[in-house]
Design a protein around this ligand. Structure first.
Ligand SMILES: C[S@@+](CC[C@H](N)C(=O)[O-])C[C@H]1O[C@@H](n2cnc3c(N)ncnc32)[C@H](O)[C@@H]1O
Length: 227
């Protein structure tokens, strides 16, 4: 079902321009989107400091990035969300709660190469990315080889991808892809909420829904290996 466009969407996005530092056009057109963004982000200009940068891809309503940024004020966060309607909720929240270390990119992850400097990201969070089980959509999965090649370019040496999902088949697929494409999987759990990592876990909006239904949460940390 298509989401109804929010009231005054464009004007409200304009009002968030201090935190929304890249705005998507109809961004499923990747060529057009990539042509709009030829300049790499200057982190110092974006955040006003040189603190390490983490990315969240598919941030949804922004609950996870808001709480994580609050817990780690000495880190900066770039939250990527392709859907304008959704990123608006997240951006308005960050402004309302006056969280200083989060910026948003309203673009598809496919074009992150055009925006983010190589070897500049400490950690990438993939929280409840759509599993897309159909074979024909494998290329769009956020842990397919095409995306892992992008993450390898953006991550610093020893940088990591932290993935959480409710989908066991997607999790097994992802482990296989990480291991084949230059990452080493660590801290693998198929029941995060009953694991040793539960206490430090920041629960996302989707995660809350799934765990209320009794669905176990899978989580891993994939560390970038040397060439
Ligand atoms: C299932 S939701 C999960 C939202 C949130 N991370 C959570 O855990 O509550 C996935 C989100 O990823 C976004 N998304 C999907 N594919 C994307 C892509 N290629 N680039 C950027 N965002 C994407 C969707 O618009 C959606 O908001």
């Amino acid at each position: 079902m298509r989401m109804r466009k929010k009231r005054n969407l464009e004007a409200r996005l304009d009002a968030c321009s201090d935190v929304l530092i890249a705005r998507g056009s109809p961004c499923r057109n990747l060529k057009e989107a990539a042509e709009n963004y030829r300049n790499l982000i200057d982190y110092r200009a974006a955040f006003g400091n040189g603190n390490p940068v983490s990315l969240e891809i598919g941030c949804g309503n922004g609950g996870f990035v808001a709480e994580t940024a609050r817990r780690f004020p000495e880190r900066n966060f770039l939250a990527v969300e392709v859907c304008s309607n959704v990123v608006l909720t997240a951006a308005e929240r960050i402004r309302r709660e006056r969280i200083p270390n989060v910026r948003f990119l309203n673009v598809p992850a496919e074009i992150l190469d055009c925006l983010i400097p190589e070897d500049s990201v400490e950690r990438i969070y993939l929280n409840f990315s759509t599993p897309l089980p159909q074979k024909s959509r494998e290329k769009q999965r956020l842990t397919s080889p095409r995306f892992l090649a992008i993450y390898r370019r953006l991550l610093q040496e020893g940088g990591e991808v932290v993935q959480k999902t409710d989908s066991a088949p997607f999790f097994e697929y992802s482990i296989e892809q990480f291991e084949r494409n230059g990452f080493r999987c660590e801290q693998v759990t198929r029941d995060l909420h009953r694991s040793e990592w539960a206490a430090e876990n920041v629960v996302t909006e989707y995660e809350k829904n799934f765990s209320e239904k009794g669905i176990p949460i899978c989580r891993l940390v994939a560390v970038k290996e040397r060439e």
